[in-house]
Design a protein around this ligand. Structure first.
Ligand SMILES: NC(=O)c1ccc[n+]([C@@H]2O[C@H](COP(=O)([O-])OP(=O)(O)OC[C@H]3O[C@@H](n4cnc5c(N)ncnc54)[C@H](OP(=O)(O)O)[C@@H]3O)[C@@H](O)[C@H]2O)c1
Length: 260
């Protein structure tokens, strides 16, 4: 084999269209900005219209192509509409090549201490909605015989979290589902990657109900935590590898994060 002919991760994403769910904040917003800067046309999705519009403005002010679609990533009908609007978007080429399955939320506490009134909503977006968009994108890409599905799980899928154990169960589920999807679509040339971030400072902590007492004091010893752009850069890197290389899983933690 001619190893000298291998190209490093230098190619850009121009000509590709990427859908990013949960793009109004945190990792999704950073991924949208990063992939757009790498040349992708981006379709961004979330519920909060004002925030999504402001991310869209940031991207278009920098010369990027962007389509904001408002919706709930836990609802099949909203996901169907997201995919339909993407396929009829002229600037995106009426196609999509990349889906970043990122929308999700946390929840403080374990089985005894987390709020059961929030369990359903959490599973609806983190597991059911995530699986639905993975399935639809997997069917579409398997037919096209190319594409990338990047699912944002968490290190807590593998390492029981002292901060949000019930939440961790949803990430364990979505990690298994992403690997199951990979086995379905790998023969068709479609790449599936599970990204497992450690602690990233974003809107996540507030939504989950974390505060100094149940989270902040414990993680202070870990030093500098991740910024959403750190995860976005890892996503850009794995998407720009040659098509025969599929990074199946990536765990990315702040260097000082001992657990989870
Ligand atoms: N931060 C961390 O430490 C960390 C670590 C590991 C994994 N993760 C995972 O990373 C992903 C992104 O989280 P983040 O840290 O970037 O948090 P974030 O800043 O709170 O962003 C979450 C995004 O998901 C969207 N979202 C949540 N529920 C939604 C729903 N039902 N429908 C549509 N969009 C929804 C939010 O948009 P709207 O509210 O506008 O709808 C927002 O854009 C999540 O899957 C999270 O579990 C985070």
């Amino acid at each position: 084999m001619d190893t000298a002919a291998r190209t490093p991760s230098g190619q850009t994403l121009s000509g590709k269209t990427a859908i990013i769910t949960g793009a109004s904040s945190g990792i999704g917003r950073a991924a949208a900005l990063t992939l757009a800067a790498a040349g992708a046309a981006v379709v961004i999705h979330a519920r909060r219209a004002d925030r999504l519009e402001s991310v869209a403005r940031e991207i278009s002010d920098r010369g990027g192509k962007v389509l904001p679609v408002i919706g709930d990533a836990g609802l099949e009908a909203d996901i169907d509409r997201l995919l339909d609007e993407t396929l009829s978007w002229e600037n995106g080429g009426r196609k999509y090549d990349i889906v970043v399955v990122n929308a999700g939320r946390g929840l403080v506490g374990g089985i005894l201490t987390s709020d059961p009134a929030q369990w359903q909503e959490l599973y609806q977006v983190n597991v059911i909605g995530a699986t639905y968009i993975m399935r639809r994108a997997g069917q579409y890409m398997a037919e096209k015989k190319e594409g990338d599905i990047v699912t944002i799980s968490s290190v807590v899928a593998r390492n029981l979290s002292p901060f949000g154990a019930f939440y961790g169960s949803s990430k364990a589920a979505v990690s298994v589902i992403a690997e199951a999807l990979r086995r379905d679509v790998a023969p068709s040339g479609v790449r599936v990657t599970t990204v497992m971030p450690g602690i990233v400072l974003s809107g996540f902590q507030e939504v989950a109900g974390y505060n100094a007492e149940n989270f902040g004091n414990a993680v202070a010893q870990f030093g500098k935590l991740l910024d959403p752009s750190d995860v976005a850069e890892a996503i850009r890197w794995l998407l720009t590898l040659p098509p025969h290389i599929n990074i199946n899983e990536i765990a990315i933690r702040p260097t000082g994060q001992v657990y989870p």
